[in-house]
Design a binder for this molecule. Structure first.
Ligand code: C2E
Length: 743
């Protein structure tokens, strides 16, 4: 039934009608109160007009569409004393006043009715209220003069009084209505503090002194300057809602004592005293609101700075500094009072690829999604932070923290595995989490390490995360054996970084021989590290480590550039007619700017694309065959020779193999070395050669060490051979010499 009323639009309409009528009733009450309190010169001119503030607040808070309520209320309130057409004209002026004030408030930028900014108070007090009140004053006094109810010569005085009365209404009554409405809406409503009551009581006592005969303060002339002290006190200390109420009370006291001092209503007060009082009321409101807004603005700026200093702007989570502080406190507490603290250190897998491929905006969006998912999968009392980049931490505190951490890690990993939609496509994310736990000193038993500080907890979680990433196992708890491996890794990484900076890398070249013609077709460039103390180190000992760091990109680029430069140098030296083959690691191959790097190096070195061969392993090629097809096609378009390395060790899709624009496949040395020992190996090698040839792909055999192996390969039609039988990988000069001999 209710659905019908809603569908038919009756309920919203009924609500709006009720709001209009409510506003009209409130307007009548406020208007009659104003006329009773401060009618001046004529029963329809009031020196204090609360109704203008009420109408303005209603329109600001609930929208312009409530203007008929103002018109209705203003008309009825005036109709009591006036004929209907004068009442309607005055009502129209009152309505125009409210609508104009609203329009002016939002004229240059949006008006914030919380009045927490100086510019909103200035807009209200010095712009919208005075201009809009002028409209009402001119229309209203003109209506009275034209209906013969007010002598024309009193137009100016009545108009002035009306104008100030309406401004007072806007400044005294609209602010408490608007500010208290927001305060109430925020749900943070609290009973007034004792200090508010103290201010109000002191104000009452001091303003009341003249009544008790102790006329030590000026007041009868409308100048109750002592009230400013209380208003400014409230503005400085009590917040906006209380300040607006203190302003209202101060105004009430000033008005009451002025009127009561005169012993009668306002039309018995002398005009200068009345104007004095009106000016005083405006000044009380203005000063209180401005100071309170200035304080609110400063607090807001401080809050923003605090937010910036403590929170990560992208995700809204605590930042590194805030986390560090919290961790320090949590570990100190656990050490002193016992209890467990578990730290989860999370790093997204391959985040850089997303960032590089889809752009930083998509990367930021992903980080926001990840932050929200982590937050949703932990309890409220767990502390989540973003340390920077794609690194997040979660701190779990409590007696079961160490054990609970595994469940938390599992939950986070599960939620991260849900597809993420970025730029219209779904992606699956994964992460690695390292966990370190601190058992407080009181509960510590049996070999539990008591950590010196939070720093150590962080370091351990980081190490565990690193290991989890290497082992692709989701999450791992820290254990002391990781320290050794971690140190080794750290040592290796810094060594590799230094190697790159100090030119400690070298390339060796191993020739590939054409099986039937016997000449060298080219060389495979193989990386060596000339360590200052350990001598030459082969890639098997460091290439996998490089792959797990960002070093693979600069090192890979160095190899490519060096090999191309060398080949150009050989060509210039007359050692032409050959290709140089460079290995691309999986990470290099998935680099979005690979094509750019290849183009750049070919251009820089001047090597023809046809003299360059790129080798990617079968496993890399098949890990994302669709993507591989695109990259290989682009490389082929440039004329680069392409070879699938270590063939037979992965799982090739024949469909894709046929579509890949490759020139050669290289049979893995493990099969070659089994030739003559294992019939299966022979069968596999024969099958690979036949398969490749059926697709017009050349076959290279690597790791050929014996003549028997060579003979088998020759017999089965293998195209090229590489191995110790012909030559070990050689330094560039030795290779050049060898090439010269075979030319
Ligand atoms: N037992 C035996 N081994 C032979 C024989 N002939 C050649 N080899 C070795 O077999 C490896 C051939 O390179 P790979 O399969 O691409 O395997 C390479 C390649 O995957 C990687 N690698 C080397 N240089 C680079 C590089 O610059 N970038 C990348 N991403 N990987 C590289 O390291 C792997 C190992 O390289 P190396 O130690 O230089 O080892 C080389 C070479 O010395 C032989 O007759 N018997």
């Amino acid at each position: 039934m209710q659905a019908f009323w809603i569908q038919a639009g009756f309920i919203p309409r009924a609500r709006q009608l009720a709001a209009l009528l409510g506003l009209a009733v409130a307007y009548i009450a406020a208007a009659r109160f104003g006329l009773w309190l401060a009618a001046f010169m004529h029963p329809s001119v009031s020196a204090i007009w609360p109704a203008s503030g009420l109408a303005l607040a209603a329109l600001v808070l609930f929208g312009r569409r409530l203007w008929p309520g103002v018109l209705l209320g203003a008309f009825i309130a005036n109709w009591v004393d006036l004929d209907w057409h004068t009442a309607l004209t005055i009502g129209a002026g009152n309505t125009l006043e409210a609508v104009t004030a609203l329009w002016l408030l939002n004229r240059f930028d949006k008006f914030h009715s919380r009045l927490e900014r100086m510019r909103d108070v200035i807009k209200l007090a010095l712009f919208a209220a005075p201009v809009a009140s002028l409209v009402s004053a001119v229309v209203g006094v003109a209506a009275l003069v034209m209906s013969g109810l007010l002598p024309a010569e009193r137009f100016a005085q009545a108009g002035w009084s009306w104008w100030l009365g309406d401004i007072i209404g806007c400044l005294l009554f609209a602010p408490p209505l608007m500010v208290c409405y927001h305060y109430w809406q925020s749900g943070k409503y609290a009973a007034p503090a004792v200090e508010v009551w103290v201010v109000l009581a002191l104000m009452l006592v001091l303003t009341g002194l003249p009544i008790t005969g102790l006329d030590i303060l000026p007041g009868r002339d409308g100048g109750h300057y002592q009230l400013f002290v209380f208003v400014i006190w409230a503005a400085l200390r009590l917040g906006l809602p209380a300040t607006t109420l203190v302003i209202l009370c101060a105004a009430a006291l000033a008005t009451a004592s002025t009127l009561m001092g005169s012993g009668t209503l306002v039309h018995h007060v002398a005009y200068p005293v009345l104007v004095n009082l009106q000016t005083m009321l405006v000044m009380i409101a203005l000063s209180g609101l401005l100071v309170a807004a200035a304080i609110a603005e400063r607090k807001h700026t401080e809050w923003q700075l605090d937010q910036l200093a403590r929170f990560d702007t992208l995700t809204g989570l605590a930042n590194r500094a805030a986390f560090q502080e919290y961790l320090d406190r949590a570990t100190a507490h656990a050490q002193r009072h016992g209890g467990n603290v578990a730290l989860l250190y999370l790093d997204l897998d391959h985040f850089k690829n997303i960032n590089d491929t889809l752009g930083h905006q998509a990367g930021d969006e992903l980080l926001q999604i990840v932050a929200a998912r982590i937050k949703a999968s932990v309890r409220n009392e767990d502390y989540v932070a973003r340390l920077g980049g794609d690194e997040f931490t979660v701190l779990v505190i409590g007696n079961q923290a160490a054990r609970a951490a595994a469940a938390v890690a599992q939950k986070i990993l599960q939620t991260l595995n849900e597809p993420v939609s970025l730029l219209g496509r779904d992606y699956i994310m994964s992460a690695s989490i390292g966990i370190s736990a601190l058992r407080g000193s009181i509960t510590t038993t049996g070999g539990t390490v008591i950590l010196d500080d939070a720093q150590e907890l962080m370091r351990q979680a980081d190490t565990a995360m690193y290991r989890a990433k290497q082992q692709h196992c989701g999450f791992l708890y820290f254990n002391s054996s990781m320290n050794i491996a971690g140190k080794r890794q750290l040592f290796l990484e810094s060594g590799l970084r230094r190697a790159l900076e100090h030119n400690e890398f070298e390339l060796y070249y191993q020739p590939k021989i054409h099986v039937t013609k016997g000449h060298i077709t080219g060389a495979e460039a193989l990386l060596r590290w000339r360590h200052p103390r350990s001598g030459i180190i082969g890639p098997d000992r460091f290439i996998a480590d490089i792959e797990t760091t960002s070093l693979i990109e600069p090192v890979g680029e160095w190899v490519l550039r060096e090999a191309c430069q060398q080949m150009v140098a050989w060509c210039h030296a007359g050692l032409a007619g050959q290709r140089v083959a460079v290995n691309l690691s999986a990470r290099q191959f998935s680099q979005p700017d690979l094509l750019l790097v290849v183009d750049q190096i070919l251009q820089e070195t001047g090597l023809k694309a046809g003299n360059l061969e790129l080798e990617i392993s079968e496993t890399t090629a098949m890990s994302d065959a669709g993507q591989t097809l695109k990259i290989l096609t682009a490389l082929k378009q440039r004329g680069v020779h392409l070879c699938i390395d270590s063939f037979g060790t992965g799982y090739s899709s024949l469909g894709y193999l046929k579509r890949f624009p490759i020139d050669a496949i290289k049979i893995d040395h493990s099969f070659i070395q089994e030739l003559g020992r294992d019939n299966d190996a022979a069968a596999i090698v024969t099958a690979i050669i036949q398969l490749a040839h059926s697709m017009s792909i050349a076959v290279i055999a690597e790791g050929v060490e014996t003549t028997a192996q060579r003979d088998f390969l020759v017999q089965h039609g293998c195209d090229e051979i590489q191995g110790f039988l012909y030559s070990m990988p050689l330094p560039a000069e030795d290779y050049a010499e060898l090439f010269g001999q075979h030319a």
